[in-house]
Design a protein around this ligand. Structure first.
Ligand code: ADP
Length: 264
């Protein structure tokens, strides 16, 4: 079918795929873990999204790869950085976005964009897992929770504590030490979330904090993190159930621009 495009985002932790219809509607999507065979993971991500959309591969006119593993999307016709793709995806859902904050499994990015969704500047922390999804997972496990539980719990804190360690290993021991001293896990989690929000704000300040701000990546699904970040920046941040898919959606949109007569 003419005009149907796909975006495949191979991150450090998860693979996402979005199938976009001619009129910009999402026809199907998939989310799966990334393992050791990235080439196969990319294939599987596309197949799962096609199944979700009830389409065959021959129905798709153009495929774009993005993310950390974008060069392993061998079946695609285009490769675009995840920075450009998150910019496009965020702009598509929230056209007034001027700053995108992407917190994924192993890195954090602040991306300043213009009114067309093009990248103006960006800053990135990919040196260590501090402040990323992995960091939250380690601390959640240390407290005996699943990563999906900690955001809502942090919101029920009565006396938030201060978590000062920036290194994942030190933060894990700081968290367990609080626990062994009988502190309430909710208060520890509130401290953890606000410490990540502080660090994320520093990254955002490197490119300039300008509304509207759109939060993307898997960690945007953590409502404790959304709340901590908006409190820290002093304004609401846009978030959507599709936020983890915005890299894949942006990739699909970049592909759509390459079609003859390119939709913009
Ligand atoms: P990447 O693109 O770097 O592979 P993602 O943007 O897909 O990463 O984000 C993956 C991270 O998102 C994981 O570390 C995971 O813990 C976190 N995550 C996903 N869903 C949730 C959720 N509902 N609550 C909290 N964290 C979540």
């Amino acid at each position: 079918m003419k005009g149907i495009v796909a975006g495949v985002d191979i991150g450090s932790t998860t693979a996402k795929c979005v199938i976009l219809g001619e009129d910009g509607q999402i026809l199907g999507k998939s989310l799966s873990a990334v393992g050791v065979d990235i080439v196969k993971d990319a294939e599987k991500a596309l197949e799962a999204a096609l199944t979700d959309a009830r389409l065959a591969r021959s129905d798709v006119s153009f495929i774009t790869g993005t993310g950390y593993g974008r060069y392993k999307v061998y079946f695609g016709q285009l490769v675009v950085t995840e920075i450009s793709c998150h910019a496009r995806g965020a702009h598509f859902l929230f056209p007034k976005t001027r700053l995108v904050v992407d917190i994924g499994g192993q890195d954090t990015k602040a991306i300043r964009i213009d009114e067309k969704g093009d990248v103006v500047d960006f800053a990135m922390n990919d040196k260590c897992a501090a402040g990323t999804g992995r960091f939250l997972e380690v601390c959640a496990n240390a407290l005996g929770y699943d990563v999906g539980e900690i955001g809502p719990l942090s919101l029920a804190a009565q006396r938030p504590l201060k978590v000062t360690s920036t290194c994942t290993v030190f933060a894990e021991s700081e968290v367990t030490s609080y626990l062994s001293r009988g502190k309430d896990p909710k208060d520890i989690l509130a401290g953890l979330h606000s410490s990540i929000a502080n660090r994320t704000l520093s990254l955002m300040q490197r490119v300039g904090v300008e509304p509207e701000i759109t939060f993307t990546g898997g960690v945007s699904q953590n409502e404790g993190m959304v709340r901590a970040l908006s409190r820290r920046v002093g304004s609401p941040v846009n978030v959507s159930p599709l936020s983890q898919f915005l890299g894949a959606l942006g990739a699909a949109l970049h592909g759509r621009e390459r079609l003859p007569g390119g939709a913009s």
